[in-house]
Design a protein around this ligand. Structure first.
Ligand SMILES: [Zn+2]
Ligand SMILES: [Zn+2]
Length: 242
């Protein structure tokens, strides 16, 4: 079945995520825009995913628990999980690898953890923009060990991307797909990096504000509308090679 997707969105838990971007508002806006399946991928935390999943179940849109991990090289990686328990185990692990630097709410926002009714459950005290100690060289193995899949985020961007920070994607990183922004010049990227030839490209919104969630336009063809179907599909893709 053909599904409109967006696998990279942020909630009010993310630094610089708008406080209006509650799990309730985010999922309802995605539904309103015609999306069938989304992932919530806050920076280095999955703590708002359970609430977003509950909202999704109520209104009929699939929410995949996810995270935008910041590796030790300051490269952003979209991580997706088939269930909330695995995602939360990974989230706890990632938080434990981060430096003990406290959030500055006046600069980065409050990093709110909310339930499915817009009530505040708590705040994440550690500053979630900082790098974890997980290296890009082992990130696929680590995420797989928690039952998830991952791919490099916004590879065409000039910051926090694998190409901006490391200059290339190598086979030993073991990725099987990538994310590009809607503005990316795919042909130029493939010419400059032949390893990208024939590789599955996801285009996500990376929305931090409600108005940044894009209209339904990117489609994935899956046997069913579920997080597991997305994870299984990404697992089935061949690893990138020259
Ligand atoms: Zn990013
Ligand atoms: Zn992002």
């Amino acid at each position: 079945m053909k599904l409109y997707y967006d696998f990279h969105t942020h909630s009010c838990l993310s630094p610089c995520g708008d406080n209006d971007m509650t799990p309730y508002n985010l999922v309802n806006m995605a539904k309103l825009l015609g999306l069938d399946i989304i992932a919530l991928t806050d920076h280095n935390s999955c703590e708002n995913c359970a609430s977003a999943i509950k909202v999704g179940k109520e209104i009929g849109i699939t929410v995949i628990p996810g995270m935008e991990l910041c590796t030790s090289e300051e490269v952003h990686i979209v991580c997706l999980f088939d269930d909330i328990e695995n995602a939360m185990r990974f989230s706890d692990f990632v938080i434990s690898t981060m430096p003990p630097v406290k959030n500055r709410p006046d600069i980065f926002g409050e990093q709110l953890i909310m339930n499915e009714r817009d009530n505040i459950l708590g705040k994440q005290e550690k500053l979630l923009t900082l790098a974890s100690s997980i290296s890009i060289s082992g990130v696929c193995e680590t995420v797989h060990s928690y039952g998830g899949v991952c791919y490099p985020a916004h590879i065409d961007r000039s910051s926090y991307s694998v190409l901006s920070n490391l200059g290339m994607i190598t086979e030993d990183m073991k990725f099987s797909c990538v994310e590009m922004t809607a503005e990316a010049d795919r042909e130029a990227l493939i010419k400059a990096h032949p390893i990208l030839s024939g590789v599955q490209v996801f285009v996500d919104s990376d929305a931090h504000y409600l108005e940044n969630i894009k209209d339904a336009e990117n489609i994935i063809d899956l046997p069913e509308n579920s997080a597991k179907a997305v994870i299984d599909y990404i697992k089935s893709l061949p690893e990138m090679h020259i």
